[in-house]
Design a protein around this ligand. Structure first.
Ligand SMILES: CC(C)(COP(=O)(O)OP(=O)(O)OC[C@H]1O[C@@H](n2cnc3c(N)ncnc32)[C@H](O)[C@@H]1OP(=O)(O)O)[C@@H](O)C(=O)NCCC(=O)NCCS
Length: 148
């Protein structure tokens, strides 16, 4: 089993993030402009993951809101899915948020996103609310949270 590394993305990593996000999300990608804007939002941090720091194959974007934190996006390239990379990224976000003083980590997820729901449920997230027809295609959003 591959031992995944996780590390903070930094200045100069924007292009790699845009590529990883586009390949992970396909038609549901945020797009370059939103990603650039989030990179520059105070409190937003990006983590990369992979077998080596020269080739990230997954990413997570989270926001430090002082006593709370929010997972804004997480993605893994299709050819390395179901190999615990998402779980490694989530663990790294949880550790970083805890270190920053957050007591809870929140997220919103498409209620039909089986893979993401499996990842979150297996890592301790519980549903705390549902927004009906939240997404453009009419899908519900689930709000989830885990204590840190
Ligand atoms: C969601 C995503 C990040 C999961 O990444 P991953 O590296 O495949 O996840 P992991 O291998 O760490 O899986 C974590 C758990 O979820 C389960 N899981 C993952 N994908 C699954 C799927 N398609 N169906 C059922 N269970 C799944 C795994 O079996 C694992 O459970 P286990 O710990 O009991 O073995 C990945 O599928 C992805 O990038 N999807 C597209 C982008 C996306 O939808 N992001 C989330 C919304 S913001």
């Amino acid at each position: 089993m591959t031992r995944w590394l996780t590390w903070p993305a930094g200045v100069g990593d924007e292009a790699a993030l845009i590529r990883l996000e586009a390949e992970s999300f396909g038609a549901r990608s945020w797009g370059e402009n939103s990603l650039d804007a989030s990179f520059q939002t105070p409190g937003v941090a990006v983590l990369f993951a992979g077998a080596s720091k020269t080739s990230p194959v997954g990413f997570a974007i989270w926001r430090d809101l002082t006593s709370e934190a929010e997972l804004l996006s997480i993605g893994v390239l299709p050819n390395v899915r179901k190999r615990a990379l998402g779980a490694a990224l989530l663990g790294a976000v949880r550790a970083a948020a805890r270190k920053a003083g957050a007591k809870k980590l929140f997220l919103e997820v498409d209620a039909g996103n089986t893979a993401a729901l499996a990842l979150y449920q297996r890592n301790g997230f519980v549903e705390i609310g549902r927004r009906r027809a939240y997404y453009r295609d009419g899908a519900d959003a689930l709000a989830m949270q885990v204590q840190l």
